[in-house]
Every structure is written in C-alpha cells, then in structure tokens.
Design a protein around this ligand. Structure first.
Ligand code: ATP
Length: 207
C-alpha cells in the first residue's frame, strides 16, 4: 500500500481539552498545526492580510511600531458586528492556505498524518478539507470549571462564549472520532487507538 500523509483535524468547544489531547499526539511524533497561533502570526506578519485589515479597519488597526492593535479592532467590532465577518473573511482563508502549505511540508518529511487544531473548524467550514475529524467532548460544567481555573475568567463570560459556538451535538455528528475527556475515560488509550488506525490508513506500520 502506498504511503500517504493524512490530514486530521481536532476540534471541540472551549475548554474541552483540544490542546491537552494534541500534546499526547505530539508525544507520538505527530505534527500539530495550531490555527489560533498561526492566525495571530499571519495578522502580524503576512503583508496581504495586513493590507486587507488596514482597508477594513483603517490605519489604527496597527500601532506606529507595526504591532497589531487588537484592542482597537475589538472596539470597532463591538460597535459593528458585520466587521467580525469581514475580519474572518480575511483571516480564515489565509490560515487555510497557510495550513495547506504547512501540511505539504510535513508530508514531504514523511509523517503519516498531521493534526490541525481549531476551535471554530466547523463554524468556518475548514473541516471539509480534512481526511478525518476528531471531536473532543467534555461535559459543559467541567469545561466551565477548567477554563475558570486556567484563565481566571468568570462563569458568565465562558457561558457567553459557549453560546456563540455551535451546539456540541451538531459538531459531534460530523466527527469520525469522539474523544471523551470527562475524567472517566483514559485519554492516552483513546489517542492510542486513533493513532494506530491512522497509521494503518496512511499505509504506515502500526506502532
Ligand atoms: P480552548 O478552547 O480554550 O483553547 P482547549 O479545548 O484547548 O481549550 P485545554 O486547554 O486542553 O482545552 O484544557 C482546558 C483546561 O483543562 C487546561 O487547563 C487543561 O490543563 C485542563 N484539562 C484538560 N483536560 C484535562 C483532564 N483530562 N484532566 C485534568 N485537567 C484537564
């Protein structure tokens, strides 16, 4: 069987444990693309993204020293929600293209698969480009508790973010794999099972 490099994605609501699960895949040698990190990087460093943001938000979108002025952009979005869609229409396709190139580079290195982590992968539609999707599920109360402990954010604030994301059940339906991160099931065992299956599917020897 010919070897390929599959594109896997990992998603889940805020505080579900995406990053925690990705770390486990990384310890197995799987490269992880952090879409949030690269979105910020592209906003700061990509000339065409910067130009488009300046066109929409004006010259105050960047500080005189060239740094992205996120507070100013957030202020404008609070006054006009349509601007959020315009920002997403600039950033999402840029991350999509960058992620594709990143994947090709990892494929050339011989990896069996890569993992793309993004909270809004389903909302943005970018999951359609994947070979397989993993969904991290955790009870809402536990997610709220974990994020409160991690970020010191209030329960009200976290609930507002949750209401802005698609319902869990909708997302779970689109995933091939569901990892239960509820403190009852072993994460290592669940990750190992998926890893073995993806090694076989990509034509590599199971570990
Ligand atoms: P976000 O959507 O905010 O990026 P996330 O889905 O990436 O969150 P994590 O950051 O992995 O979630 O997890 C949220 C918090 O819960 C972290 O502080 C993490 O250490 C903790 N956590 C996640 N899973 C577990 C677990 N199984 N046991 C204990 N703590 C956990």
């Amino acid at each position: 069987m010919e070897k390929t490099c599959l594109k896997a994605g990992i998603t889940g609501g805020i505080g579900s444990g995406k990053t925690t699960v990705c770390r486990l895949f990384q310890t197995l040698g799987i490269p992880v693309y952090d879409a949030d990190y690269w979105a910020k990087w592209l906003i700061q460093n990509d000339e065409s993204v910067r130009k488009s943001i300046l066109e929409v938000f004006g010259e105050n979108a960047y500080l005189p020293n060239g740094d992205y002025h996120i507070a100013e952009v957030k202020r404008q979005i609070l006054n006009d929600r349509a601007l959020l869609e315009q920002l997403n229409a600039i950033v999402h396709p840029a991350v999509f293209r960058h992620g594709r190139e990143w994947h090709l580079a990892r494929a050339a290195e011989g990896h069996p698969y890569t993992l793309k982590e993004a909270a809004l992968m389903i909302e943005s539609g970018s999951y359609r480009d994947l070979d397989t999707l993993i969904f991290v599920a955790a009870p809402e109360a536990l997610r709220i508790q974990r994020v409160m402990e991690r970020d010191g954010r209030s329960e009200t604030e976290i609930k507002a973010i949750i209401r802005n994301q698609l319902p869990e059940a909708e997302k779970e339906k689109l995933a091939e794999w569901v990892i239960h991160n509820d403190g009852q099931h072993s994460l290592v065992r669940q990750v190992w099972t998926i890893h073995q299956a993806l090694l076989v599917r990509s034509g590599h020897q199971p570990a």
